[in-house]
Design a protein around this ligand. Structure first.
Ligand SMILES: [Zn+2]
Length: 248
């Protein structure tokens, strides 16, 4: 048995050449829930668990929560779903909002995943051949294994879920990609640990706006999704690193 743990898989943005793109793996009592799915997922996982000193592979993870369909957050999903189907004869439990569900197959994955050559003929496959949808709700908590998950829509280019997750009596707030949003900060604030993004542009949160938050809030906040040029040593909020394991 273990309590709630957050294993950091990636901390960078879509332009990074220093880091993996932002993602984490949540763990409680032997159950794993992936938050977002960067490209070359098995390699990302292997690197992080090597640093963390864990024994863990994709076969241990069946649940993937996708916050939004920007590539840096979901480009690995095709490979993960192929692996689950062909290597494990399983479907991915895809935890995501109705808005993401409505586009993730028809506008993202269908081009590469809907036709398979079986050596004799072309076969058509659909979403349900690879995935089982577990809907996130904007109004009610949902339960995934030991995790109770509340979602809140962020201010971003496309529908994106921030998360408030409870397990084992501890709580994690996850901003996801978002412009600075005081209402979102209020949503995340009760959590024992808050993981917040920072990056450039109107659809992300500037470091300056987070650095101005009260010290008690910053003390339980960690940053991810930062640019390669972000000065992590000078930040007055601690920055996450790949392979870190945190206990909310
Ligand atoms: Zn994004």
């Amino acid at each position: 048995m273990s309590g709630f743990e957050v294993i950091v898989l990636g901390v960078g943005d879509t332009f990074t050449d220093k880091h993996r793109t932002t993602a984490a793996l949540l763990h409680c009592d032997g159950f794993y829930l992936a938050i977002d799915c960067p490209d070359t997922y098995r390699s990302v996982l292997r690197s992080a668990v090597a640093i963390a000193g864990r024994e863990l592979s994709l076969a241990d993870i069946d649940h993937f929560l996708i916050t939004h369909v920007h590539g840096d957050h979901m480009n690995g999903l095709e490979g993960v779903a192929f692996f689950k189907r062909f290597a494990e004869n399983k479907r991915v439990r895809l935890v995501t909002s109705p808005e993401v569900r409505s586009v993730i197959w028809d506008q993202r994955l269908t081009a590469s995943m809907s036709t398979l050559w079986d050596g004799q003929q072309y076969k058509q496959l659909g979403f349900d051949d690879y995935f089982e949808h577990v809907p996130l709700s904007w109004t009610d908590a949902i339960t995934v294994g030991p995790f109770t998950i509340r979602a809140r829509r962020t201010v971003h280019h496309i529908p994106t879920s921030a998360l408030f997750i409870e397990a084992g009596g501890r709580t994690l707030g996850w901003s996801s990609d978002t412009a600075f949003d005081p209402a979102l900060i209020a949503f995340l604030e009760p959590a024992d640990l808050i993981i917040h993004e920072t990056n450039l542009g109107p659809a992300h949160t500037s470091y300056a706006s987070l650095a101005a938050l009260p010290e008690a809030l910053r003390a339980k906040m960690r940053l991810n999704h930062y640019t390669d040029s972000f000065d992590t040593a000078a930040s007055n909020i601690a920055c996450l690193r790949e392979g870190q394991v945190l206990q909310p």
